[in-house]
Write a new protein. Structure first.
Ligand code: NDP
Length: 381
């Protein structure tokens, strides 16, 4: 087990102490680097507004702020004032906004960062408004509905001189990160192929928050936008390069009334210039499942499930022998992500999963849709 701070250091999300850049600091004269009053000390805590108090924000992210050492919630933004007040009471937050007066967060000096947890069709609007208000933004995945929206968000972050992160939480999940670390360390030889699946059964009748997921305007896309994006992003993380082409087909029951506006499933393949290949599926029609496997020339690593909130077992197989290494608990991923974003803001350096990554993934999913609409024809990227 590694604790969160050591995980962030290992993941490259914290500045390395004692590095070459620090060699000429007072540390070299035998003084401790941390806490040295002669060195500039950035503020150690960021203050956050949470926008959209839905299932994920209230179920996973807000509780995680309690264990994020450098971040705290200072404002809530919601269309439901009573819910906001109740959550405010539980979290010790007394500043509330709605979507109409959201821009007035500009005047609130107790907000440094904004976390956008709205349906994807609203990501671009609220991200850009937050950036214009002078705040850093961590936006949920998928980054936005369209490539043009993602580009506008990146342009707004540049214009504001603020951070824009996309909340790819699995980058901060210890076993997902450890799989990539092992791959990069050569433990399974050279990467040849990646395979990943992610899906769940979309049931808007039983679970109302699923309703927007079937509506193009709010969801931006279907299963691939919402959940398949995890397998895609994980494949690209492992490959370490962008694909040169994509093919995809739609795969869901014909005439399923749930999918009048968005797709219910996609099977996809990516090709990379190095010769690596990747394939996967997303679905709103199979029961909740997630799986991610890296096939190397000398072994393979399986994460199954690969994107749970609570448990992500790893199986490493080499020479016909399997082991189950564990780098840490999946439940720490939310606080890890919050801390890493705050570290990036405090240190004024790009967050590990920034806007360009979100844009890349939306571009590739759009290419998948283009391929699927043309009977699986290859689309060059
Ligand atoms: P929910 O529907 O549960 O929450 C969305 C919230 O957005 C609502 O509760 C509401 O909050 C607000 N909202 C504002 N306008 C609308 C609208 N027109 N329709 C619906 N909601 C609206 O969704 P989730 O929490 O599941 O998803 C929110 C975001 O988080 C999405 O971008 C999703 O992709 C992402 N997500 C990420 C996950 C991850 O693992 N990283 C997992 C699940 C979701 P209020 O009442 O306060 O105004």
């Amino acid at each position: 087990m590694i604790d969160r701070r050591r995980f962030l250091l290992a993941a490259g999300s914290l500045p390395l102490l004692g590095s070459a850049a620090n060699a000429a600091t007072p540390q070299a004269a035998g003084q401790p680097l941390l806490g040295n009053p002669k060195l500039p000390q950035p503020d150690k805590t960021t203050r956050w507004a949470i926008v959209g108090l839905g299932t994920f924000a209230t179920g996973q992210m807000m509780p995680a702020f309690r264990s994020a050492s450098n971040s705290r919630v200072t404002a809530l933004v919601s269309g439901n004032p009573q819910k906001a007040r109740d959550l405010g009471a539980a979290y010790g937050v007394s500043k509330f906004y709605d979507y109409g007066n959201f821009d007035t967060i500009a005047a609130n000096k107790d907000i440094d960062c904004v976390y956008i947890a709205l349906p994807p069709g609203l990501h671009a609007e609220y991200t850009i408004r937050a950036l214009k208000a002078g705040k850093h933004v961590l936006c949920e995945k998928p980054m936005a509905s369209t490539v043009a929206e993602c580009e506008a968000m990146i342009a707004a972050a540049k214009a504001a001189g603020k951070q824009l992160g996309v909340a790819y939480r699995c980058h901060f999940e210890p076993n997902n990160a450890d799989a990539v670390r092992r791959l990069q360390a050569g433990e399974i030889g050279k990467l040849r192929h990646v395979s990943g699946d992610a899906g769940f059964d979309l049931t808007p009748q039983q679970w109302p928050p699923h309703k927007w997921r079937a509506e193009q305007a709010l969801a931006g896309g279907g299963s691939m936008y919402d959940i398949g994006i995890y397998a895609l992003n994980a494949a690209l993380w492992a490959a370490g390069e962008d694909p040169v082409s994509v093919t995809a087909v739609y795969s869901y029951p014909k005439d399923d009334p749930r999918f009048a506006e968005v797709e219910g499933g996609v099977e996809w393949r990516l090709r990379f210039a190095s010769g690596i290949s990747a394939q996967g599926s997303s679905s709103y029609c199979y029961t909740y499942s997630s799986r991610h496997q890296l096939f190397g020339s000398e072994g393979n690593i399986l994460l199954s499930p690969s994107m749970d909130y609570g448990n992500i077992p790893m199986t490493l197989t080499k020479n016909f022998v399997s082991s189950s290494p564990r780098a840490g608990s999946a439940s720490s991923q939310f606080a890890n992500q919050i801390e890493a974003f705050s570290e990036a803001v405090l240190a004024n350096r790009p967050h590990a999963t920034g806007g360009e990554m979100g844009l890349r993934d939306v571009k590739i999913i759009q290419a998948m849709y283009q391929s699927a609409a043309n009977n699986g024809a290859e689309v060059k990227l």
